[in-house]
Design a protein around this ligand. Structure first.
Ligand SMILES: [Zn+2]
Length: 492
């Protein structure tokens, strides 16, 4: 048995001002064949999983390229095509193969190509032929297109948000692909369009129980895998929206029925699933009240200025409001500002400089902050954990406005905050802080909850875009909630 594996992933915010090119992939994560690290990344966990299975089961694994760009704006057409063709050439050279496993995100959009993953999968299918088993893992914040469903045998998305199960879902996908390649199962994918878009965190009810119940169905009644594609509301493509995908062992009627039932149940929960969000003013009042009695830091999450959603992550609105309110003992992780980091590196640790930082990438996320700062720390290659994976921050600096105890991490590799070790890695002692201000919608939650007195989700009113009612979609043409109250009855 011969199995080919590759990973090509990013999440494209088609409204983002930050173009994505080859250097975006090279600087975030790029592993040519054989060079994938032993640790998994969010979308390439199939690599270490397959290596392990190849050793145990004794098949031949042929590794292609694995690469990931931090979410950003449209991918340059040439970048997408060259990375796609690099992987397809590796596949051609690997033939014949019994199976192909692709670690995808599923929300990549290139200039002139709305469905990058569908294009890659369809070309892989054309090269490998109809008898090769093709399986892929997806992030649920993705788009599910007919092209993908037609050309895949196995489709498995992370069920958890935060995506704490990305390794487990890769293991499940790989196991199903291997069983299909051995003709032990005949996978069929059934889907349902929920005609909605919402935020669906599993760190709280009602999604917690919903996902637990769905997962309990897997492995029974010929149901091999159940996925909820949440959709990605910052990706303006025709298929934007929530969909259910059920993979059965050749039981398409059962799969279709379960997809419809699951989808209708999720639709009935619309509007009730999101985290409780506060505007900046109420959030600061609540934070100050909680910090007065807490023995641990209060975590404020800037949920929409989240580089993980493709924006810059250089917004200053919440920090500026906290400073103006006289709040102190704050650690900020992070503000993306390569220029300011360059200045800090040149000034050196201990230097006191007049620094302008943040608020540079575009309108809507606040003005730059000008302050006399002490450069507390500079690190050439900072990083943080995300579960078992290591996420690079790039060259980074900690600056402290003079006369305060506010420590701000400035970084060069855009990334959301995943783990409190983002602070420890820069020698910031969070036990001494009242407030931790992080940029992340919900991925931070798993690792920050144990150390937080309270977690506040702050909607700073930035331009992510976060309100699908108001977003000017041009490619989304079918009716979906909440843009339409009754999308299932609406004309399309
Ligand atoms: Zn996601």
């Amino acid at each position: 048995m011969r199995v080919f594996v590759a990973s090509l992933a990013t999440e494209t915010n088609t409204f983002s001002p930050i173009p994505t090119d080859r250097s975006s992939f090279l600087s975030a994560f790029y592993a040519p064949p054989g060079a994938h690290p032993p640790t998994p990344t969010l979308c390439s966990a199939v690599f270490p999983v397959l290596r392990d299975r190849a050793r145990r089961d004794g098949f031949t694994l042929i590794e292609g390229t694995a690469t990931w760009a931090e979410p950003g704006g449209l991918v340059q057409r040439e970048t997408f095509e060259s990375l796609r063709d690099e992987i397809l050439a590796q596949l051609r050279a690997a033939l014949p193969v019994n199976a192909i496993v692709l670690g995808l995100h599923g929300a990549m959009v290139a200039q002139g190509e709305d469905d990058c993953e569908g294009d890659l999968i369809a070309r892989a299918r054309a090269i490998a032929g109809p008898d090769t088993v093709i399986g892929a893992t997806f992030d649920p914040h993705s788009h599910l297109t007919p092209k993908r469903v037609e050309n895949l045998d196995i489709l498995n998305a992370f069920l958890e948000f935060p995506h704490t199960d990305f390794v487990a879902r890769a293991e499940q996908a790989v196991d199903l692909v291997l069983r299909a390649a051995r003709r032990e199962i005949r996978p069929v994918i059934s889907t349902f369009d929920c005609r909605m878009i919402d935020v669906l965190p599993t760190s709280q009810q009602p999604m917690r129980g919903f996902v637990d119940r769905l997962r309990a169905l897997e492995g029974q009644d010929r149901i091999l895998s159940a996925s909820i594609i949440h959709g990605f509301l910052a990706g303006d493509v025709p298929e934007l929206g929530t969909r259910i995908a059920i993979v059965t062992d050749n039981a398409p009627e059962r799969g279709k029925r379960l997809a419809r039932e699951t989808g209708n149940a999720l639709f009935a929960m619309r509007g009730t699933t999101s985290m409780p969000k506060l505007g900046i003013g109420p959030a600061l009042v609540r934070a100050a009240g909680a910090a007065a009695t807490a023995g641990a830091p209060v975590v404020l999450a800037d949920i929409w200025d989240n580089p993980g959603g493709g924006v810059a992550g250089d917004g200053t609105l919440i920090l500026d409001a906290m400073m103006k309110a006289g709040m102190d003992d704050i650690a900020v992780g992070t503000i993306w500002d390569p220029i300011a980091v360059m200045f800090c590196l040149a000034a050196g640790e201990g230097a006191r400089i007049a620094l302008r930082f943040g608020g540079k990438s575009g309108p809507g996320a606040g003005e730059p902050i000008d302050a006399d700062v002490i450069v507390r720390r500079v690190v050439a290659e900072a990083w943080q954990s995300f579960g078992a994976s290591r996420v690079p921050l790039g060259a980074s600096a900690v600056v402290r406005p003079a006369g305060t105890h506010i420590d701000i991490i400035l970084n060069t590799n855009r990334t959301q905050a995943f783990d409190p070790d983002i602070f420890a890695g820069m020698d910031i002692d969070i036990a001494a802080k009242r407030y931790l201000l992080v940029k992340s919608t919900n991925h931070f939650h798993a690792a920050f909850k144990p150390i937080a007195a309270e977690i506040l989700y702050v909607d700073a009113g930035t331009h992510y875009p976060s309100d699908p009612r108001r977003t000017r979609y041009r490619n989304l043409t079918r009716a979906i909630w909440p843009r339409h109250e009754d999308p299932h009855g609406a004309e399309t």
